[in-house]
Design a protein around this ligand. Structure first.
Ligand code: ZN
Length: 247
């Protein structure tokens, strides 16, 4: 079975559209690692889409804050402002759906999904030292996580932690990781709606674990169209600008 792995969509329907178009016919099931909403202008459209796709979805910190499950007290003022805006936009059935999203980690089809670190959904995993706990505690050889908005990952093999970076080779839209037995993987598909690794393109992954392969994709989308909707909704300027820089 092939899985389309989505994370940190952040209410960016244009980026989600472009990713789904590129991935058409290449997957059997969708999983989503949380932060469906927050930051972006299209919370209802994106939730409708994820529900239609019957994606196996866990919650992220922005989903909690936007549904009202968590107060947004620990958010910076810009993120808090958008969490409250998002809460006001949500149709009641979408707010219910968001509230009911399960807490990760969740194991499905032989692999695990988490929003942040395995032991704490709100913890960021940027560096090998931060990845070690999640690698040692892993419930399955492969865990997908999000939250940092950085496509890449970590490996544990013979007690040594490795770092994975992906750059699509030869101008193609994806690069392929071959999964090896005896290695534990912590893999981040990157963010659909607000990439932060300096590459403005939407990021996602397609896993075909029976064939030991995970593809890490980057796809261009119409950033200006999203920025115009954000301006019309009077969302904070720094959030509008950062999409142009991928930071
Ligand atoms: Zn996020």
């Amino acid at each position: 079975m092939r899985h389309l792995i989505l994370s940190d969509i952040h209410a960016n329907n244009t980026a989600l559209d472009a990713a789904l178009e590129a991935a058409k016919g290449k997957w059997d099931k969708v999983v989503c690692l949380g932060d469906v909403v927050g930051y972006g202008p299209d919370p209802n459209e994106v939730i409708d889409r994820i529900r239609e796709l019957r994606a196996v979805t866990i919650r992220g910190n922005h989903d909690k804050a936007s549904s009202g499950l968590a107060d947004a007290e620990d958010f910076n003022p810009v993120a808090r402002n958008v969490a409250l805006w998002t809460r006001a936009q949500l149709r009641p059935e979408n707010k219910d759906w968001l509230e009911r999203l399960p807490l990760g980690p969740v194991t499905i089809d032989g692999f695990t999904i988490a929003h942040g670190a395995c032991r704490d959904e709100d913890e960021y995993v940027f560096a090998p030292a931060q990845a070690l706990d999640s690698l040692l505690d892993a419930r399955s050889p492969i865990t997908f996580f999000g939250h940092t908005h950085l496509q890449g990952g970590f490996t544990l093999r013979n007690d040594v932690v490795g770092v994975l970076h992906f750059k699509p080779a030869g101008g193609g839209p994806f690069s392929t990781l071959t999964i090896e037995d005896g290695t534990t993987y912590l893999l981040n598909p990157g963010s659909i709606g607000q990439p932060r690794d300096g590459d403005t393109r939407a990021a996602f992954a397609i896993a075909d674990l029976e064939n030991h392969s995970v593809e890490f994709w980057r796809i261009e989308y119409d950033i200006e169209a999203v920025q115009k909707r954000m301006q019309a909704a009077e969302l904070p300027e720094p959030l509008i600008q950062r999409l142009s820089f991928g930071r």
